[in-house]
Design a protein around this ligand. Sequence first.
Ligand code: FAD
Length: 660
Amino acid sequence: EGKSTHSQTDVLIIGAGPSGLMAAYWMARCGVNARIIDNRDTKVFLGHADGLRARTLELFDSMGFQHRVLQEGSISTEANIWVPGPQGKLVRQAQIDIFKVDESPFHNTRLNQGRIERFILDSIREHSDLDVERSVIADSLEYDEELGNDPNSYPITVKVRVLGEDDLNRPRGQEIDTESEAAGNEVNRSNLLPDDWADLAPRNKPQKTQVETIKAKYLIGCDGAHSWTRKQLNIPVEGSNTDHIWGVIDVIPLSDFPDIRRVSVVNNAAGTILVIPRERGLVRFYVPVQTCEAGTTDRFDRSKITPELIRERVQAIFAPFTFDFKECSWWTVYQVGQRIATKSTKDNRVFLAGDAVHTHSPKMGLGMNMSMQDGFNVGWKIALAVAGTLKPEILDTYASERHPLAEMLLDFDRHWSPMFTDRKPGVADTKASDIALVAGKFEDFADGWKVFYPASSLVRKAEDNAEFAFARHMIPGERVRPVKLRNHADGGTRWTTRALESDGRFRILVLAGDIRNPMQKQRIEALSQALAGQTGSGISPLGRYLEIPGRFKSPIDVLTIHTSPWKEVEFFDFPEVLRLFDPVNGWAYDKIWCDDACLFDRYCDGTAYEKWGVDRVLGALVVVRPDQYIGWVGELGDVEELTQYLDGILVKKSPIDEVA
Ligand code: FAD
């Protein structure tokens, strides 16, 4: 082996799949000293996960690349159930809507994991020099518990192998998904978009494999279902493999089945398949190919399953409709495992996210979504803790917010997965009503609209979990329900998902109500004075906390949303602290928004306050966390309470810093 080196980083992320990349996004946004390694030679290009739920798309909007998903992805708004009719011929039994008007600007969309990874990688590059180090394998982990209490210490030591040219005989396909590539999923320029071409060839490797010892303050194990990090920490997993084995093919179908471009479940005596339309004319088929022998859930002999066998299974289930393909972009075979790690952190210094914590059947399209949302949740917290802005004890909330959701996910899957398992001949024919029932029960959770983050220093709930009277539908622990607003300065419209940009800052939403009302105008003046530190104690919540170094002077941004008709008030009617002046960039025109209907954009219909349950004259005050979840709700006069809430989360400047 080649030379051995030592180095130090604040955050080490192991695994550059969807969860690792989401965590890395925050390191890039907040300017944190971080590294991300992956044992694969290249990124994922084809196949793998493909279903994007609305909440994930909202996150992408806040990260700035949702438009790329919209351009390339395939949207589905209903699911169709097909069963044998009276003469035995397949008939469409039900069409179930899988969208909700008004809940989100986005709908269930499908696009392969490789493209999603492309977009996150590009976004990371846009904001920093952070790049995935590929062909790097984490080999040993030591954690020094005694150092764990000192936030500035480096209690984690990871030895990694940086694979060299001499490493040609590395065993492939054990813990990493190279099996499917080996099984004939050829990746070449012709099946990729040009912006992926540069990643096709593995990077230059050193001549000889090298060993590097990395010391880190924090470690995030995003290393997938067989998580190496989890094993090093001896964190047990609960659950098991199921006995169902599925084939998956992504093909351009040649078929006369009427719903071939619509999400469908086809259920007949020969079995059940899932039809999932995709980008670029592709359709994915999930096909049961085998069950383990009765009473066993042992791993199966994968070599017996081929694309030809999967093709024959689809033909048998589709009959008398036709099915064939010439183009197969990707295929694989998998056994469904339903497992959950018992813990997702060690001392709030080492964290697990994504498949490392939970695995389940991929058919409900939640694996990648939940994994990305895990990475998103832990990422901003660690980034701000390392930046010195966030109190380290807030890291407790990663486990308290995400682990119960992992449990719900498994519960969901236990209900959902059996709906699609192989039907035995002669068993009662339809499962449509069951599918609709289970889908309905878990819909809000699956789409990410209800996440139930519990009370904590980050989430200040009302007593007895009651609503806050002045903002009835702004529920702490839930996301801000997206609405479209009109920018006061230029009159253009924007969804809140984009306006609440994921840049690392907490946001105070000043729901200013109608400032044509003189009393209300006065309340806004008083609030602004308090925000500027011109009243009482003279402390401004905006200048009170440590900066995000190299990024923002204050970890708090203020956004004002009023209800006065757009043409009846002026930008300069709002106090200066709400539209701060910058000597280079001028007035902050993107800080004042209006909840007023506008003719050219029917989504901007002046119903934001109604959807949020806020009085159009009196308004309210809301704090939104960097991940757009609501943290605190109050009235416009409650600046002291607001400051108390923030004091529990953010690190205050020392008196010397405050003067500076
Ligand atoms: P992963 O995407 O598994 O990423 C983990 C990364 O860590 C990998 O790149 C791995 O190479 C790396 N790694 C592991 N160990 C080490 C180590 N010691 N050192 C360095 N790097 C390491 N979900 C669906 O919803 N629908 C599907 O159709 C679907 N199909 C799938 C097919 C396959 C073959 C696989 C593997 C997964 C599929 N999934 C599917 C699941 C979905 O891809 C996952 O839920 C999602 O990718 C989880 O993201 P993650 O970042 O947590 O883990």
